[in-house]
Design a protein around this ligand. Structure first.
Ligand SMILES: Nc1ncnc2c1ncn2[C@@H]1O[C@H](COP(=O)(O)OP(=O)(O)O)[C@@H](O)[C@H]1O
Ligand SMILES: O=C(O)C1=C[C@@H](OP(=O)(O)O)[C@@H](O)[C@H](O)C1
Ligand SMILES: [Mg+2]
Length: 180
C-alpha cells in the first residue's frame, strides 16, 4: 500500500486556477502554499517571460524541472506551472510526497481567462496557440493525474470544495493530514 502523502500538487492548463484555487485550498486545509512559478522567478532573479524571451521556452522548461526536482515541502498545496508535465523526472519527484491533482477546465474557459498569452511567460513554441497547447498537453495531464477534477464551471470556493470531495472518495490516494 502507498504511504500517505503530505502535499497536494496541482497540475493543469494555464488559467485552470492552480494558483488561485490552490491558495484557497491551502487556507481551507491549514496547509502552506507554494506557487512554483514564484520559486523559479526567485531562483532566476527575473520573470518567466524574461527567461522565455532571452533563452527560449525549452530553457524555461529546464529551469522549471530543476526547481521541481529539488523542491522540499511538507503539508503544502503546490501550484505548478502548466508546463511542469513536460518533465517526467519532476513529476516523479513531486509524487514522492504529493498527490497529483489535475485541475481540468474546458478550452473555452481557458481561452476566456488567459488573455495575456504574450506576457505570461508561457513555455510554448513560437506561434503555438492555447488551443495547440491544450491539444498537446491534455494527455500529459491525464497521464500524471491521480485525481482529475473539472473545476471549469466552478467558483474558486466551489472548486476547492470539489477537490476536497475528490480526496474523500474511498479510492483516492491517502493524505497524511486530516481533511476536516
Ligand atoms: N474559479 C474561477 N473562476 C473565475 N476565474 C478564475 C477562477 N480561477 C481562476 N480564475 C482567474 O483565471 C486567471 C488564471 O488563474 P490562475 O489561478 O492564475 O490559473 P493558473 O495558475 O492555473 O494558470 C486569473 O485571472 C484568475 O483570477
Ligand atoms: O503553461 C505554461 O507553459 C506555463 C504556465 C505558467 O504557469 P500557470 O500555469 O500558473 O499560468 C508558468 O509556469 C510558465 O509561464 C509556463
Ligand atoms: Mg499559476
Amino acid at each position: 500500500m502507498t504511504a500517505a502523502r503530505h502535499n497536494l500538487v496541482l497540475i493543469g492548463m494555464p488559467g485552470a486556477g492552480k494558483s488561485t484555487l490552490g491558495r484557497h485550498l491551502a487556507e481551507r486545509l491549514g496547509f502552506g502554499f507554494t506557487d512554483t512559478d514564484s520559486v523559479i522567478e526567485s531562483a532566476a532573479g527575473t520573470t518567466l517571460q524574461a527567461i522565455v524571451d532571452a533563452r527560449g521556452h525549452r530553457a524555461l522548461r529546464q529551469l522549471e524541472a530543476e526547481q521541481l526536482i529539488h523542491l522540499q515541502r511538507r503539508d503544502h498545496v503546490i501550484a505548478t506551472g502548466g508546463s511542469a508535465v513536460y518533465s517526467a523526472d519532476a513529476m516523479a519527484a513531486l509524487r514522492v510526497d504529493g498527490i497529483i491533482i489535475h485541475l481540468h477546465a474546458d478550452l473555452s474557459v481557458i481561452q476566456a481567462r488567459v488573455t495575456d498569452v504574450d506576457t505570461r511567460g508561457l513555455a510554448r513554441a513560437a506561434g503555438q496557440t492555447l488551443e495547440d497547447l491544450y491539444a498537446e498537453r491534455e494527455a500529459l495531464y491525464r497521464h500524471y493525474a491521480e485525481l482529475s477534477v473539472d473545476v471549469g464551471p466552478l467558483s474558486t470556493t466551489a472548486g476547492a470544495r470539489a477537490v476536497i470531495a475528490a480526496l474523500c472518495e474511498p479510492r483516492a490516494p491517502r493524505l497524511a493530514s486530516p481533511l476536516a
